[in-house]
Design a protein around this ligand. Structure first.
Ligand code: KIV
Length: 275
């Protein structure tokens, strides 16, 4: 069954947790979709996770459309949310509506996500009025990394905690149907969740949220080295992949690959006639 904004709303009302994972390509999207995950996010984490940038600021509309469309081709039942990249909506309400429209028309998004609270409410309202569902994103908002001074937990003092709660209420009032809470202290995330009638989707924000989202490559254990504290690794894909690449390299060098079973046959007689 296709997950929609109604599924999200019902899940909140009935206390059913919502699952969301990021994807950036068609085969990964297909596996996530077939696994029954409620929602796929084409995050602008595309920038760090796939394109090799140090942050998300260089990601363009063209990047999001290119990868979003690939993910859409592998998505059947999950609700497909595509991130609005840096400067595709901050500049004006007009830009926000036009670019949200492109993510729906050219990539196949069911909904768009954008970062920010009260300051982007005019954009959220206008996009929703244009018929496009919006997920808001509060807490650690990576597109504001230069203002925040790094990738760190947000809302840890009274002033910023109160602002986060006010922003959450503001984005709900503007028409967002869900809100991502990234790296928010778990007790504050629980309070925000209890204060809203739309679902909260947490990442690094504890179990009190209505749902959870992770970057798929993080939870698959693709990257070597330490990952953020909130990531649970469900597999060790990085090691598996590296071992497979090394085994292939060794077998190519030794001549073990390809063997007969990987070859196409032709009659000896025909080959002799060619000599
Ligand atoms: O870009 C992204 O992947 C995100 C998630 C971390 C929520 O915004």
């Amino acid at each position: 069954m296709k997950n929609t904004v109604i599924t999200f709303q019902k899940a909140k009302e009935e206390g059913i947790k919502i699952s969301m994972l990021t994807a950036y390509d068609c085969p990964t999207a297909r596996l996530i979709d077939e696994a029954g995950v409620n929602s796929i996010l084409v995050g602008d984490s595309l920038g760090n996770a796939i394109l090799g940038y140090k942050d998300t600021l260089s990601v363009t509309m063209e990047d999001m459309i290119h990868h979003g469309a690939a993910v859409a081709r592998g998505t059947e039942n999950a609700l497909l949310v595509i991130d609005m990249p840096f400067m595709s909506y901050q500049s004006s309400v007009y830009d926000a509506v036009v670019n949200a429209g492109r993510l729906v028309k050219e990539a196949g998004a069911n909904a768009v996500k954008l970062e920010g609270g009260a300051s982007v409410c005019p954009q959220i309202k206008a996009i929703v009025e244009a018929g496009i569902p919006v997920v808001a994103h509060l807490g650690l908002t990576p597109q504001s990394v230069n203002v925040l001074g790094g990738f760190k937990a947000q809302g840890k003092d009274e002033k910023t905690a109160r602002k986060l709660l006010d922003d959450a209420k503001a984005v709900e009032a503007a028409g967002a149907f869900a809100v991502v809470l990234e790296c928010v202290p778990s007790k504050l995330a629980r309070l925000v969740t209890q204060s809203l009638s739309i679902p909260t989707i947490g990442i690094g924000s504890g179990s009190g949220c209505d749902g959870q989202v992770l970057v798929s490559l993080d939870m698959l254990g693709v990257f070597a080295g330490a990952s953020p504290k909130f990531v649970k690794k469900y597999a060790g894909m990085g090691k598996l992949m590296k071992n497979a690449f090394a085994a292939y390299h060794k077998e190519v060098q030794s001549g073990e690959f390809p063997s007969n079973e990987h070859e196409f046959a032709i009659s000896d007689e025909l080959i002799e006639r060619l000599y």
